[in-house]
Design a protein around this ligand. Sequence first.
Ligand code: SF4
Ligand code: FE
Length: 491
Amino acid sequence: MSGSQPPGPLRSGADYIESLRGRDLAVYYLGERVAEPVDHPVMRPSVNAVAATYDLAASDPEAASARSALTGERVNRFLHVTGSAADVVAQNRMQRRLGQLTGTCFQRCVGMDAINALWSVTYDIDAAHETPYHQRFRAFVAAMQRGNLVVGGAMTDPKGDRSRGPSAQADPDLFTRVVERRADGIVLRGAKAHQTGCVNSHWLLVMPTMRLREGDEDYAIACAVPVTAPGLTFIVGRQSCDARALQGGDIDLGNARYSGQEALIVFEDVFVPWEQVFLDGEVDYAAPLVERFTAYHRRSYVCKTGLGDVLIGAAATAADYNGVEKASHIRDKLTEMAHLNETIYGAGIAASHESRPTAAGNYAPDPLLANVCKHNVTRFPYEIGRLAQDLAGGLVATLPGEKELDNPVTGPLLRRFLVGRPGVPAEHRMRILRLIENMTLGRNAVGYLTESMHGAGSPQAQRIQIARQMGLAAKKRLAKRLAGIPEEPGG
Ligand code: SF4
Ligand code: FE
């Protein structure tokens, strides 16, 4: 693989963090180029969340690693090609666990799901067109596994005028495209929006964003690009309350250690050697690639049930601190939150259990159940968040800052007037309320709420897939049979 590689195989979260240093990426935030994202107080929590995926693989290999059929070695599960339905289920269990440990988006599932989708789609293209994509892709995945690297998936184009396709946009770069094909590779131009964890990755897997038609050949491109490739610019998204990380302290952050990350990536004439190109011009395969990827990724959103576990625990703690945890209406709200959370998980884990082998041999989840999982995720975290704020009380939004605790005038007043039931210091109440604020209004509401709405496709995208797969004709036949209606012309 071309592109700079970090030294040696990365074993721990600390190794991973070191591997990100000194890359001189063109990362922009608050109007300035960021000298070292790893050490930036706003960006570091998102690095820590990815580091947690390495530490879990080290501390619990069953949960977060698997033996690779490619290398024969144990590899991080985020880089593993699924060899059974049990492997697909294990991804979901790992995702819930990491959601519980970080309370945020740990950023690696897009790459994991892109690896598994491209694995089978490249195989299918080669079978139809005698292209060399699958062998190239196998070599790429083996190199990622050996280096234990973070692979980000880059799918969502900016899309400009949504009523027009890629070739009909006023600016042809609003969808990422090939602008030149050379003897040694291709040149890419365009952008990818909302890219989860991209600055924290080593490589990006670029994929088309939607179904393409004849005439869109230059947009039908899938390839691997190192994050260090010349011509890439990363414009980091702002998150609600992110600047609190610049103000010192830790209480007001709610979750001081972990956050997610999204950025706009701009590609300005980025060169990609042929060995890293896995789809080039086969427009008919854009739709299968997007659909296979989204089937994996829409049930990956069980990650949010791990965050839900944290938020339910925070709401129960807030109620306990107020002395009302045992009140029947409080128990009922906590029960409702758990019901919603497990409903998300139920659909996701069922999609994984129902996995089937692809022609390429890896396993892919049930697409209908995966879409139902993600559709639940577009709604239920908002209701869980509403109930958490209900249980927290208004103080979740009116709480004075932690610096007031240190002030000689206000500190004693807060410690006296913000107490709850006996034995609970004001600071503990402040910490748990800040965590609820963090997940429902602050930094990690990006991951828990808005990403739940739009990540892996907005709600309408799932409704389209559910409508396609709901089997209405078969359901009508069932009804007519029991109602005693004979076969009718047209079904
Ligand atoms: Fe993984 Fe969830 Fe983040 Fe997507 S939103 S990358 S599924 S943690
Ligand atoms: Fe996401």
